[in-house]
Ligand binder design. Structure first.
Ligand SMILES: [Zn+2]
Ligand SMILES: [Zn+2]
Length: 195
């Protein structure tokens, strides 16, 4: 397991494996790799704050967490820096590792019931007492980020010719060069043009 992934590992050894037991933690995960999508992500070196509540249940450990982070990127229209506050709640069940003597029919039936309740895409398992928080945190952040980040909803972007922001330009802003080029094309004599 890479160091970047280890940041997301949380050891639940303090939580007694008795249904009804509960522990709360506040974690600051200093991430080593960006978490997000191509255009906007929580940068490496930044912190993802996690308010974590763990409850012992019969099948494993139920995690409820509130996630705070600030994703950074660029406005796709004007390239200004954009910061997006991410605030998400997640809940996941981490099952105790299936053991050969348990499992079987009983385990399968339990799994079905909880899938309805938690609507989780994939099953999560404790590795001994260690819980890997990476998948649920990554998913929660990615789902909260816009595919096309904007500095503001009405961002007008840049003039393609001078790169200036439309916002700062007068309404009748235009580039003479465009008109001149078209005018030139009209009167072009191809025979006389240099190779
Ligand atoms: Zn913008
Ligand atoms: Zn311009």
């Amino acid at each position: 397991m890479s160091r970047a992934s280890q940041v997301f590992e949380f050891n639940t050894h303090e939580l007694p494996r008795r249904a009804g037991e509960m522990k709360e933690y506040q974690l600051d995960l200093a991430i080593l790799e960006p978490v997000g999508i191509a255009l906007v992500a929580v940068p490496a070196g930044d912190v993802i704050e996690v308010d974590l509540r763990l409850e012992s249940v019969t099948e494993g450990v139920l995690l409820s967490a509130q996630i705070f982070a600030i994703a950074k990127g660029e406005c796709i229209r004007c390239l200004d820096p954009v910061e997006i506050e991410v605030e998400r709640k997640i809940q996941e069940l981490y099952r105790y590792e299936p053991t050969s003597d348990k499992g079987g029919k009983r385990g399968k039936k339990a799994a079905k019931i909880e899938e309805d309740d938690l609507a989780s895409d994939e099953e999560l398992f404790l590795d001994g007492s260690v819980m890997d928080l990476e998948i649920p945190i990554r998913d929660a952040i990615v789902l909260d980020l816009p595919a096309n980040p904007l500095c503001s909803k009405g961002c007008l972007g840049l003039c393609p010719d001078c790169g200036e922001k439309w916002e700062r330009l007068p309404q009748d802003h235009a580039h003479e060069a465009i008109d001149a080029r078209w005018a030139g094309l009209q009167g072009l004599d191809f025979k006389n043009s240099p190779e």
